[in-house]
Design a protein around this ligand. Structure first.
Ligand SMILES: Cc1ncc(C[n+]2csc(CCOP(=O)(O)OP(=O)(O)O)c2C)c(N)n1
Ligand SMILES: [Mg+2]
Length: 366
């Protein structure tokens, strides 16, 4: 009986051994066939989220440029085209409850916070269904619900505002932070130096981000200071500071995650200089004579949307069909946003007296 049992156990062990061997062989073959392909660093969901965010912003702004050309949209229009990888990284690395404040080049950031494109488009059209009821336009989006505090036309004005929001979070004892964004031109403003000093002294939860797109209107970074590496400015305050590749959502995400962790642990502010590039002019009226076509082409060859799309296809993260589905969805969304804006009404004259400090129950002072 014992001999029979021993025999049976030997047979069953050998089967398991061969099953295991076969399984391992399959794995080896898979590995060999995938050799040369880089394993994706992040999940499919993350790549798709980045791609969709960037594409939504790009298509929204292309459409707004077109509608500006047709005189449907008036006033100022500063587009974010080329800088979208920053907005993508912010979506994955920053909490919805965190707040954000920025300058006038804001459509992409507002969309990344979750403000619906139809409300943004209606705002560009000056309609009462816009994100600030048609009273702000392109430069002055605001949404308490999305913790988006604007939208500022005065270069650098938002830096002390973001510092103040950070102060409020610390005072209330939350673990939230305020993402305070500004351009390379704004980095030369005196307000930045005062704000950095206070934020470090009081260890405020502020994530300062300089979106260095190389130009302040037509003036290059090199012409505004002998310190062309703007992140170095933080060292005057002993603020942790880094330069980041702003053409890659991965790099942006990683730097933001590192910075946010530092801030949330109570250690105070963090400064990231995110190096990026704007493909269009400063605003719609800019002929762009201060830069060469080759420089523009160089950055267009590393367009974050194209690169991410290629990466997803080459790495078999997403199929051609899945990408087409996203493209179609966004196209329909942006067309719907335009239809919504065009069919909405302009504000009434009497609306001028609402949503300002004259109102008794003004909702944004508490
Ligand atoms: C205090 C102040 N000075 C000057 C201007 C005019 N102005 C508007 S945008 C701009 C350039 C700012 O460049 P940057 O901070 O790099 O932002 P970007 O436009 O590149 O996003 C200037 C000088 C202004 N709006 N406010
Ligand atoms: Mg700039």
């Amino acid at each position: 009986m014992q001999i029979i049992n021993l025999g049976l156990s030997l047979i069953s062990n050998s089967i398991t051994f061969f099953q295991k061997l076969e399984f391992n062989m399959t794995k080896v073959v898979e590995k060999v066939s995938k050799r040369g392909k880089k394993e994706p660093k992040y999940s499919k969901e993350t790549y798709l989220k980045w791609y969709e965010t960037m594409l939504r912003i790009r298509r929204f702004e292309e459409k707004s440029l077109q509608k500006y050309g047709q005189e449907q949209i008036r006033g100022f229009l500063h587009v974010y085209i080329g800088q979208e990888a920053i907005a993508a990284g912010l979506v994955s690395a920053i909490r919805k409850e965190d707040s954000m404040v920025t300058a006038y080049r804001q459509h992409g950031l507002a969309i990344s916070r979750g403000i619906p494109t139809r409300k943004c488009m209606a705002e560009l059209y000056g309609k009462k269904t816009g994100v600030v009821k048609g009273k702000g336009g392109s430069m002055h989006f605001f949404s308490k619900e999305h913790r988006f505090f604007g939208g500022n036309g005065i270069v650098g004005a938002q830096i002390p505002i973001g510092t103040g929001i950070g102060f409020a979070e610390k005072y209330r004892g939350t673990d939230l932070l305020c993402v305070t964004m500004f351009g390379d031109g704004a980095a030369r403003q005196g307000a930045l130096y005062e704000a950095f000093n206070m934020a470090m002294t009081w260890k405020l939860p502020v994530l300062y981000i300089c979106e260095n797109n190389h130009y302040a209107m037509g003036t290059s970074v090199e012409r505004t200071s002998n310190v062309a590496d703007i992140y170095k400015v933080g060292s005057a305050f002993d603020m942790p500071s880094e330069a980041v590749d702003g053409m890659s959502p991965e790099s942006v995400h990683e730097a933001l995650t590192r910075a946010a962790e530092h801030i949330r642990s109570g250690k105070g502010p963090y400064f990231l200089e995110i190096k990026t590039y704007r493909y269009k002019g400063h605003s719609v009226s800019d002929p762009g004579t201060y830069r060469t076509k080759d420089e523009l082409k160089e950055y267009q060859s590393i367009d974050p949307i194209k690169v991410t799309e290629k990466k997803m296809l080459d790495g078999e993260i997403a199929t051609v069909e899945e990408i087409k589905e996203i493209k179609d969805k966004i196209k329909a969304e942006i067309n719907e946003a335009v239809a919504f804006a065009e069919s909405s009404d302009f504000p009434d004259g009497a609306d001028l007296y609402e949503d300002n400090y004259m109102q008794k129950d003004y909702p944004f002072t508490t």
